[in-house]
Design a binder for this molecule. Structure first.
Ligand code: GRF
Length: 187
C-alpha cells in the first residue's frame, strides 16, 4: 500500500470525510493552526504543524518547501493530496522527487476560474454550473493534468458559502476515489 499525506490549512472537511471513509492516511501536514490539523489528533495519524514564518513578501518559499520535503521523506510518503492547502510550494519539490506525486482539488471546473477565489469568481461570472477538479499539481498553478471533475448547479440566491458547500459535497466523494485510483498508477 502506498503512503498518503494530506495537506490542510482550513476547516478540513475533506480530510474529515477521508478519515470517516476509511482512507488510509500516513501523515497530515498543516501550514497554520486550523481545524484540519486538529482532526488528526484523535485518530493517531501523525500530524505536523509547519507554520510559515511570514505571509508577506519575505516568506522563504523554497526554504519552507524543503522543510516539507524533509517530513515527506521521514514519513516515507509516496503521494501528497492537498485538501484546502493554502501555501503555494516552491517547484523545488518536483526536483526533490515528488513530480507527479502531488494532487490538488480545486473548487471550479478547470480551466475556468483558477486561483484563490474560484467560487466567488464563478458566482460573479453568472455561471450556471460550478464544480470541482482533481488534478496533478505542476509548476503552473491549477493547471496540471486533470484526473476527475464533477459539476453542481449554481442555484438562485447562492452565496459563496452555499455554493462552496454544494461543491464540497461532491468533492468529499470524488477526491478519495480519485486518490485511490491514482495510487494504483504509481510505481
Ligand atoms: C475545497 O473546496 C478545495 O477545493 C479548496 O479548499 C476547500 C477545502 O475545504 N482548495 P475544507 O478545508 O476541506 O473544508
Amino acid at each position: 500500500m502506498k503512503r498518503l499525506a494530506i495537506f490542510v490549512s482550513g476547516t478540513g472537511s475533506l480530510l474529515e470525510a477521508m478519515i470517516k471513509g476509511g482512507l488510509e492516511i500516513s501523515f497530515v501536514l498543516a501550514d497554520r493552526d486550523c481545524r484540519g490539523y486538529h482532526l488528526a489528533d484523535p485518530t493517531g495519524i501523525p500530524a505536523m504543524l509547519l507554520q510559515r514564518a511570514s505571509f508577506g513578501p519575505k516568506f522563504n518559499r523554497k526554504g519552507y518547501t524543503l522543510e516539507v520535503v524533509k517530513f515527506l521523506r521521514y514519513f516515507n510518503i509516496d503521494l501528497v493530496a492537498m485538501a484546502g492547502f493554502m501555501t503555494i510550494l516552491d517547484p523545488v519539490i518536483f526536483d526533490e522527487g515528488y513530480e507527479g506525486k502531488i494532487l490538488n482539488t480545486h473548487p471550479s471546473l478547470l480551466p475556468f476560474f483558477k486561483g484563490d477565489h474560484a467560487v466567488r469568481d464563478t458566482l460573479a461570472a453568472g455561471a450556471g454550473v460550478a464544480g470541482c477538479t482533481i488534478h496533478v499539481a505542476t509548476e503552473e498553478l491549477d493547471a496540471g493534468p486533470i484526473l476527475a471533475q464533477a459539476s453542481v448547479p449554481v442555484l438562485p440566491g447562492d452565496t459563496k458559502d452555499t455554493l462552496h458547500e454544494r461543491i464540497k459535497v461532491v468533492e468529499r466523494e470524488l477526491y478519495p476515489k480519485t486518490i485511490l485510483e491514482y495510487m494504483k498508477t504509481l510505481k
